[in-house]
Design a protein around this ligand. Structure first.
Ligand code: GLU
Length: 325
């Protein structure tokens, strides 16, 4: 039997610099990193900064700094999406030449929501196909809306299936869930779904490991892999860390950023230890750096359900900090 070739395993950490790295993102990155490092693979850091107004000044630099401080490292990168626009444009042109996309004059707000990485509650309604077959070219769409059109990928009805490394078989009919989806925004920039496929393919990623809020995006991405003749990677989606209300960690849950605890003097091995504890990889109160977890990493130990991040005041106690008030 042929042995696994560790040199061929490539994963990525792909933060969006839309805010500070919180314990939830950090935990997903820790697991993604462990999954690759446990098999001796390569890790690439990619900054996903295409989301225009949502990108915060200097958030990328801070995320990089927090990841390093936590003991996560990478072999290549940061690869920055806004420096790779020509690559996305070339892929878009291929889709256009193949007649797989069409211009859309629908409102900018609808399109912008649809063009970002969708997170729970943000998926928006299914696109009803208003502009499918409506315009002969971009100029005709422009004449109606008075601005540059976005471009949507035509989705045929039928299930797209894949085997998720954590959840098993997933089957989603993209035409029912999302409908024709945006691949290029009216600003001329690639939408998340296209950029991520072009990057994962171009960077030679063999395993996409991310939060399960993006499970529903994977079938869209698989359609693009097929349309562009790219070889798809394998996919692993792990449950998110949520607040006590069951929703994705956000500001209303208090300050759960890595930075906040780091500033207060909490050591990285304590934070990584807590993330490992949440992941079934270390006992209560453990101190672990990511490298200490590599040898024993086992995805099967990661809880099947979403893990609740305690409120800030409990985290202060966990880390032995005086309350901030
Ligand atoms: N940058 C995306 C996010 O932070 C992740 C995209 C991906 O892993 O495909 O939501």
């Amino acid at each position: 039997m042929s042995r696994a070739r560790p040199d061929l395993i490539v994963g990525r950490l792909a933060p969006s610099p839309t805010g500070a790295l919180h314990l939830g993102n950090a935990r997903t990155f820790l697991l993604a990193w462990l999954s690759i490092r446990a098999r001796g693979g390569r890790v690439i850091l990619r900054i996903e900064d295409l989301d225009g107004p949502r990108i915060k000044f200097d958030a990328a630099g801070r995320a990089i700094d927090d990841l390093r401080w936590l003991g996560l490292d990478w072999d290549e990168g940061p690869i920055v999406q806004t420096k790779r626009l020509a690559l996305y444009e070339a892929a878009f042109e291929r889709l256009r030449e193949r007649g797989l996309v069409y211009p859309c004059a629908c409102s900018r707000k609808d399109v912008e929501t649809a063009a970002s990485a969708p997170h729970p509650g943000e998926e928006g309604p299914r696109y009803p196909g208003t502009c499918r077959g409506r315009f002969a070219d971009a100029a005709a769409a422009r004449a109606v809306s008075g601005r540059e059109p976005s471009w949507r990928f035509r989705v045929a009805p039928g299930e797209v299936t894949f085997v998720d490394g954590f959840h098993g078989r997933v089957a989603i009919d993209v035409s029912e869930l999302a409908g024709d989806f945006v691949v290029r925004k009216g600003t001329g920039t690639a939408a998340y779904q296209l950029a991520v496929v072009v990057d994962d393919s171009d960077n030679g990623i063999t395993e996409v490991f991310r939060g399960d809020d993006l499970v529903s995006s994977t079938p869209r991405q698989l359609l693009l892999y097929r349309a562009l003749d790219f070889e798809p990677p394998s996919f692993v989606h792990v449950p998110l860390i949520v607040g006590e209300d069951g929703l994705r960690l956000a500001k209303r849950h208090g300050d759960t950023t890595v930075h906040r605890f780091r500033e207060a003097g909490v050591r990285p091995e304590r934070i990584a230890g807590l993330l490992a504890e949440w992941s079934g990889l270390a006992p209560l109160g453990a101190e672990r750096m990511p490298r200490d977890l590599v040898a024993e990493f086992d995805l099967a130990r990661v809880p099947r359900s979403r893990v609740i991040c305690p409120p800030e005041s409990s985290l202060e106690k966990t880390f032995g900090l005086p309350p901030m008030g």
